[in-house]
Design a protein around this ligand. Structure first.
Ligand SMILES: Cc1cc2nc3c(=O)[nH]c(=O)nc-3n(C[C@H](O)[C@H](O)[C@H](O)COP(=O)(O)O)c2cc1C
Length: 251
């Protein structure tokens, strides 16, 4: 079973690619809490990196899962460049449960947060071709239940990741807010939000206090109404994995 968390589809697409190769199923991590995983022989976690951390919800949910002792465990992080502490954070939770992480790897994909820094994530589509051989290697490794760890460099990124105040400050700059003049209350943002954090109030989207900063609402809004730091969202900078559409993100 491959458990994923995804905002703009990179992690879902990679989870699906691995699942297809090894003949496994994918499941949103959030739904794993109500799923019996004890018979699984192989359990993978695929999730993005947010400011050198795992999305906050990922280690929290993994901690709640009842997991088999003798399964093969792997983590794959599709990220812009640097994983920082993101893999270690989930490995620590597995360790606390007395479980061994057998395999972990990052894979570089377009950085969906580029939109918040005045850049276009679609300018990074070249990464799919450049890192396709890496994905093939990851798929083959997991199919063969290889034991191998590529935690990525902890370096400066890891040091920054362990400063929660700094990390929070950076993430707060990426908190999406609906522009009431543009929002028509269509509710697509609420449907794609992987943590059901958006509500429609008087035909306008209101982002609650459980935002994971995945930016799904920003990238999938058909009216470019979800904005970061009051900067207009440009249609040409909206990104999602080319094979993943809004309907794939909706459960
Ligand atoms: C708020 C935020 C912070 C991010 N921080 C990092 C980072 O520290 N390192 C990195 O390599 N990529 C970073 N990214 C890029 C994402 O990890 C990457 O685009 C990921 O593949 C998105 O996955 P998804 O499409 O499944 O949501 C960040 C993205 C967001 C939205």
């Amino acid at each position: 079973m491959i458990l994923y968390f995804s905002g703009t589809g990179n992690s879902l697409a990679i989870a699906r690619a691995i699942a297809e190769h090894v003949g496994d199923k994918v499941l949103p991590l959030r739904e794993a809490v109500q799923t019996d995983l004890l018979q699984e022989k192989r359990i993978g976690f695929v999730y993005p990196v947010y400011n050198f951390n795992a999305p906050a919800i990922v280690p929290k949910i993994v901690a709640q899962l009842t997991l088999p002792k003798d399964a093969y465990y792997f983590i794959v992080c599709p990220c812009g460049a640097q994983t920082g502490d993101a893999i270690w954070q989930v490995e620590r939770v597995l360790k606390q449960k007395g479980l061994t992480l057998h395999y972990c790897h990052k894979i570089r994909v377009p950085d969906n947060s580029a939109i918040g820094f005045g850049r276009n994530p679609n300018d990074q589509l070249w990464k799919f071709e450049r890192f396709a051989p890496r994905l093939e290697q990851i798929k083959a490794d997991i199919a063969a239940c290889t034991s191998r760890h590529h935690f990525g460099s902890r370096g400066l990124a890891g040091v920054i990741a362990r400063r929660p105040v700094f990390s929070r400050m950076v993430l707060e700059a990426l908190r999406p807010k609906a522009n009431a003049d543009k929002c028509i209350g269509c509710g697509i943002c609420a449907k794609v939000c992987p943590v059901s954090n958006i509500e429609m109030v008087d035909k306008c989207a209101i982002n609650g206090d459980r935002c994971e900063f995945c930016l799904a609402c920003v990238h999938f809004c058909p009216h470019q109404a979800m904005e970061l730091g009051h900067k207009p969202t440009l249609k040409e900078r909206q990104y999602h994995h080319p094979s993943i559409k809004a309907k794939d993100m909706i459960r």
